[in-house]
Design a protein around this ligand. Structure first.
Ligand SMILES: [Zn+2]
Length: 415
């Protein structure tokens, strides 16, 4: 099973927007750009929303049928580990092996020595075609990289073999993710991580490093855009070179996690993938749930009431909701509107504060981030929330499609 050149990870927390999401891919197709939709949901999302991987598969299959989509599509077991992979095996054909927890756990010194012996041929000035700068690689540096990353790659190997045993090799797509860690991986580190991945026999088709800068949930990139652009292009050059050097799958490409809403780096990404004729996987998740709230607010009446209720409850449960996401959100509590203020808002007020339109003076990234992590509140509304989604399906769908197509696909893949 080969992942196509361009793919887009969509998350659908409440399982009602797959058709609207697929419409965005159909819009791209009309522009001559083929993008494979990948429906992803992590174990954490499943447990908060009380869904199972088979629900995602069912929803994807139904949307594809209803919309007459003839292209490929995938279901991603997002950020799985050995502890929780079993529940995903049957329903998924894309597996994101999360090794972040093992980064920095020192591997056996014997393994480190084997790695250094094998790769010290790259020591000295490492020249990677496409990168003007030379990388200064010493054996000490190799040891440091091996100590930091080998355990993670070994763990990915274990998960990969576990899945392969159940599904059969070649019957699924493998991604290795290292994004949920505190330090970014440099292009030269990535080169040796890919060497280790090849040694483990993991046929990775996508790799999700942690890039430089902050990738907060649902808001724009924070960091040095020029530095990001430089490292992103270097990563592409590293991948090309590593594919040849280590015999990794030819379609190996970068995966950008927390990829929604990073408007300030989309131009650089678009330029880089065109320059290198590279593929890309852009993974998003919660951005669709926020469009549901925008759609409900714009619907007015009981739709708007529900949107307000979600915010007011989330406001009162700030610590509980934000705690698990502390490292990937930056909320200034003083800039959150009070429940009394939001109570008085019109649907348009609510939508403007929430919609990610940076040129709108009413856009409030603090409000947006709190709602991003506040989906648990909507879960607790149970049928009431789902009924509203169904009642206002049209306006919600319009916002979901528009967000994915105009604000994401167009900027990243079309340019
Ligand atoms: Zn991730």
């Amino acid at each position: 099973m080969i992942l196509e050149k361009y793919s887009f990870g969509v998350g659908d927390r409440f399982g009602h927007q797959a058709k609207a999401q697929l419409q965005a891919m159909l819009n791209a197709k009309k522009q001559g750009i083929a993008i494979t939709p990948v429906w992803n949901k992590s174990n954490r999302e499943h447990s908060i929303i009380h869904t199972v991987p088979a629900d995602v598969r069912r929803e994807a299959d139904a949307a594809v049928k209803a919309m007459g989509w003839s292209g490929a599509y995938r279901v991603d077991a997002d950020h799985i580990s050995l502890k929780n992979v079993d529940a995903f095996i049957e329903a998924s054909d894309f597996f994101t092996l999360d090794v972040a927890d093992f980064i920095g756990k020192a591997a056996d010194e014997k393994e480190v020595a084997v790695f250094v012996r094998k790769y010290k041929k790259y020591a000295g000035s490492l020249v990677i075609p496409g990168i003007s700068e030379k990388f200064d690689i010493t054996t000490t540096r190799l040891e440091t990289i091996a100590r930091k990353y080998l355990m993670g790659v070994f763990e990915a190997g274990k998960i990969y073999r576990h899945i392969a045993k159940a599904k059969g090799e070649g019957n699924f797509i493998t991604e290795v993710s290292m994004d949920e860690t505190d330090q970014p991986q440099t292009p030269s580190e990535m080169f040796f991580i890919l060497a280790a991945i090849a040694d483990e026999g993991i046929p990775a088709q996508t790799i999700a490093p942690k890039f430089t800068g902050r990738f907060n949930k649902g808001v724009d990139y924070v960091g040095d855009v020029a530095q990001f652009a430089k490292e992103f292009e270097e990563d592409l050059a590293v991948i090309d070179f590593a594919v040849k050097e280590f015999g990794l799958p030819k379609n190996l490409k970068l995966s950008v996690h927390s990829g929604s809403d990073k408007f300030s780096i989309y131009k650089a990404i678009n330029k880089a993938i065109k320059k290198f004729d590279a593929g890309l996987h852009l993974k998003t998740a919660g951005t669709t749930w926020l469009e549901e709230l925008i759609g409900l607010a714009m619907a007015g009446g009981d739709g708007l009431d529900i949107a307000k209720q979600v915010y007011i409850k989330a406001f009162g449960r700030f610590d509980e909701l934000c705690g698990p996401y502390a490292t990937v959100i930056d909320i200034d509590r003083n800039k959150l509107p009070s429940p009394q203020t939001v109570e008085k808002w019109t649907g348009e007020d609510f939508a403007q504060a929430l919609r990610h339109n940076q040129s709108c003076k009413n856009y409030n990234p603090n409000f947006r981030q709190l709602l991003h992590v506040g989906y648990k509140v909507a879960v607790e509304l149970g049928r009431g929330y789902i009924d509203a989604l169904e009642k206002y399906e049209d306006i919600v769908a319009k916002n979901v499609t528009e967000n994915i197509y105009a604000r994401h696909i167009k900027q990243v893949f079309i340019g």
